[in-house]
Write a protein that binds this ligand. Structure first.
Ligand SMILES: NC(=O)c1ccc[n+]([C@@H]2O[C@H](COP(=O)([O-])OP(=O)(O)OC[C@H]3O[C@@H](n4cnc5c(N)ncnc54)[C@H](O)[C@@H]3O)[C@@H](O)[C@H]2O)c1
Length: 328
């Protein structure tokens, strides 16, 4: 498993067949969207990014991509951005669970109505395929692990509920309009460019930022919660495989993770070792809407996409911490 294998995979079938296509990446100034855009550009795909910069940054937009600033809720702006696109990667969203608990209506506007507008714009523009950034949050605290797509969903937050609604909208647009759609349920993605500054920062970027500064990382709750931490290159790979796959998609939902999980305490320990900063975490009270345990069953993504995670936790953490080091 390695980053080199990931780069090689972009040059090979089926992904190299994407060359010459045009794609819209919503949320492409954010963490995941900017990496998908970069992967697409590497494959010779023309990329348009639509982002309102609410949590993303202009500096994340890869050179070579066309940038349109605006919201997915703005139909005129969407229509401009999507013109001539074959593929849509819909990554724009209110991404934070705690923020969705504080602002549920805003969350539903952006994540549900926003997704409907993207689907409708894709249909009107004659795009072929839409991929949605769905979330493992859909499983909530469902006790059987690893989580499989056939498991009952049990959303614990407006965010999780909005992501399930998004998946269902994709299924409906496939049934009613024949638009090809596929939802990828991401499991705790991490990597370079993940923003540690937000009050809602994901745990690896928050730990990396603290440890790099020689400060103790903050853990919400007892730190025994477990997560399937997945390096960003695996998510890019899954998206490009989904876009390039020769079959047809009609609202399928696939888990994208690694199939392995570690606790937050183990994670802080591993990161501290890499940095030579083994600092005891500070514990703060658990956050509303957070789940205890999460791990993906990736059997369906293997079967339908030929997806295999190529970068594991140790290499992924090394890559991420090196990026944090270079940002100082
Ligand atoms: N990071 C993870 O672990 C994870 C896990 C599961 C799902 N996801 C999903 O992946 C997607 C990307 O998440 P991320 O971690 O890169 O977050 P991010 O905040 O870095 O990226 C989201 C981007 O969407 C943009 N955006 C937000 N609202 C918008 C709007 N109304 N119109 C246009 N742009 C808008 C933001 O400015 C930002 O650039 C989201 O849909 C998120 O729900 C992420």
């Amino acid at each position: 498993m390695s980053l080199a294998q990931f780069h090689e995979a972009l040059e090979r079938e089926p992904i190299c067949a994407l060359r010459g296509k045009r794609a819209l990446v919503t949320g492409g100034a954010g963490f995941i969207g900017s990496h998908i855009a970069e992967g697409l550009l590497r494959c010779g795909v023309e990329v348009v990014i639509l982002d309102d910069l609410s949590s993303g940054h202009l500096k994340n937009v890869p050179s070579g991509a066309k940038f349109e600033q605006g919201s997915v809720l703005d139909e005129a702006c969407l229509a401009r951005a999507i013109e001539g696109c074959d593929l849509v990667f819909h990554e724009a969203a209110m991404v934070s669970v705690p923020q969705s608990v504080e602002q549920p209506e805003r969350c539903l506007m952006i994540n549900v109505l926003g997704t409907q507008r993207v689907l409708e714009a894709a249909r009107q523009a004659g795009a072929k395929r839409v991929m949605l950034a769905a979330s493992a949050a859909a499983y909530g605290d469902e006790p059987s692990l690893p989580s499989a797509e056939s498991d009952t969903t049990a959303p614990c937050s407006p965010y999780a509920m909005s992501k399930i609604a998004g998946e269902q909208l994709l299924g409906v647009w496939s049934k009613t309009h024949g638009l090809e759609t596929l939802s990828l349920r991401y499991f705790n993605i991490f990597g370079p460019r993940q923003d540690p500054r937000s009050a809602y920062a994901a745990v690896i970027s928050a730990f990396a930022s603290k440890l790099s500064a020689g400060e103790r990382p903050i853990v919400f709750g007892d730190g025994k919660q477990t997560r399937d931490f997945t390096h960003i290159s695996n998510v890019v790979l899954a998206n490009l495989l989904a876009a390039a796959s020769p079959g047809t998609w009609a609202g399928e939902v696939l888990n994208i993770g690694t199939g392995h999980a570690v606790s937050l305490l183990e994670l802080a320990g591993q990161m501290g070792k890499i940095l030579g900063q083994e600092l005891e975490p500070i514990h703060e009270s658990a956050r509303a809407g957070d789940v205890e345990h999460s791990r993906a069953d990736i059997g369906e993504a293997r079967r339908l996409l030929g997806y295999e995670p190529l970068v594991g936790l140790a290499e992924g953490l090394g890559d991420t911490l090196a990026w944090f080091g270079s940002e100082d």
